[in-house]
Ligand binder design. Structure first.
Ligand SMILES: Cc1cc2nc3c(=O)[nH]c(=O)nc-3n(C[C@H](O)[C@H](O)[C@H](O)COP(=O)(O)OP(=O)(O)OC[C@H]3O[C@@H](n4cnc5c(N)ncnc54)[C@H](O)[C@@H]3O)c2cc1C
Length: 373
């Protein structure tokens, strides 16, 4: 039997997971990553049950659980700390919080030696399977564009596809020194939000989202203190436990819906295909789903088309919902915020839980129909 070859562009969560999934199906894989090291970029990531099932299909669920913390009590509060909606993490199958670097290195360490080639920058890809990069070029049966929001694979294979657009807000992420906090969650103000969740080593992952022009000034720890220092406990203490240099600020962008995720021998996964706002904590989760579905279909004669049909509607649905949540959560007018908070508070206790079902009730193709214990 001829061994099928795949070139994966990008060693983020999507690219590494796709490489692993293809290797498990007998493909010969190389991953090209522009950076020399997989640096400790990013902060916390919530992994929902759909992502945990995808990781299980990759044989990594135990290793990930060992480095993650189950999210217990969470929900949405006002800036003063009154609960608008509460959720028991265990009730929806157990989302976990992990540092992005821990997930990325777990995926990378699971690859056999020689698969990951770092310091190789891809400059173009073609639908015939050719990839041009800083060390030459190669041709593969399958090219996976896993190169993120500003994907070169997407731009060269789909030159007319629309580029990323700014969502209207910017997010600061930081990991504090260890602090004891009870539960986690997100608090909504007027045009600003603050969220936090504990990491397994006692540090706390925090994010602060602020409505701002795309080219607005940098938001640093001082501004975060001014904005959020008077919010409910433990937010001021979390800011006190943060180093100024630990604040990572990113304008939030999303990709307008693409008409297809595949062309010829090329398939897009993760943010390259469907970069979404982070409001549902599903971007990396969807990249993990993409990985196992692509590997499941890629061998079939019409497999890439099937991958596109399976993944595009779902990921674009998740992106739409995420955009809507972000819009409402960033409302800033006093009247709109009072209405929003009143409606969320009045919703039935299980409404939040139920609304998550279509997102988290997903199983990898091989275990379709299986539900989490
Ligand atoms: C504020 C914020 C919070 C988030 N929170 C969550 C969360 O809680 N849960 C969740 O599931 N998701 C979350 N996400 C989304 C998640 O981080 C992304 O969806 C996910 O990391 C995308 O992974 P990826 O592999 O598709 O892309 P990336 O992580 O962007 O990886 C792309 C890789 O490709 C490489 N690359 C790029 N161009 C080239 C090139 N030309 N040649 C070679 N290599 C190249 C890059 O260096 C990089 O390593 C959040 C995002 C943000 C912004």
């Amino acid at each position: 039997m001829t061994v099928r070859t795949a070139t994966v562009v990008g060693a983020g969560i999507g690219g590494l997971a796709t490489a692993l999934a293809l290797l498990r199906r007998g493909w010969q894989v190389e991953v090209l990553e522009r950076f020399h090291d997989l640096t400790e970029v990013g902060a916390g990531l919530s992994l929902w049950p759909n992502a945990l099932r995808a990781l299980d299909a990759l044989g990594l669920a135990d290793r990930v659980h060992a480095q993650a913390l189950s999210e217990s009590r969470t929900g949405v509060r006002t800036s003063g700390g009154q609960w608008l909606a509460r959720m028991d993490g265990a009730a929806h199958g157990g989302a976990v919080m992990i540092h992005r670097a821990a997930l990325q290195s777990t995926l990378a360490q699971a690859l056999p030696a020689g698969v990951l080639r770092t310091g190789v920058r891809v400059s173009r890809a073609d639908a015939d399977g050719t990839v041009v990069h800083s060390e030459g070029s190669c041709t593969a049966d399958l090219v996976v564009g896993a190169d993120g929001l500003h994907s070169v694979v997407r731009q060269t294979v789909w030159p007319d596809a629309p580029g990323p657009r700014y969502a209207g807000y910017t997010t600061c992420r930081m990991v504090t020194h260890p602090v004891a906090v009870d539960g986690g969650g997100e608090s909504w103000g007027r045009g600003e939000r603050f969220g936090y969740a504990s990491l397994p080593d006692g540090r706390v992952y925090c994010f602060a989202t602020v409505t701002a022009p795309e080219d607005g000034p940098r938001v640093g720890l001082e501004e975060l203190r001014e904005r959020f220092g008077g919010w409910h406990t433990p937010i001021p203490a979390l800011l006190d436990a943060t180093d100024a240099g630990a604040v990572l600020q990113h304008g939030i962008h999303e990709l307008p819906p693409l008409r297809s995720y595949t062309a010829g021998r090329v398939a897009l996964v993760g943010d390259a295909a469907h970069a979404m706002t982070p409001n549902l904590g599903q971007g990396a989760c969807q990249a993990l789903e993409d990985a196992v579905v692509l590997a499941d279909r890629a061998d079939a004669s019409d497999g890439l088309h099937e991958y596109d049909l399976l993944r595009r509607p779902r990921t674009q649905y998740v992106a739409r919902r995420s955009r809507l949540v972000g819009r409402v959560a960033q409302w800033s007018s006093r009247g709109a915020v009072a209405l929003r908070d009143g409606l969320v508070r009045a919703a039935p206790a299980d409404a939040f839980q139920k609304s998550l079902k279509p997102l988290v009730d997903w199983s990898p193709p091989a275990c379709e129909g299986r539900r989490p214990e």
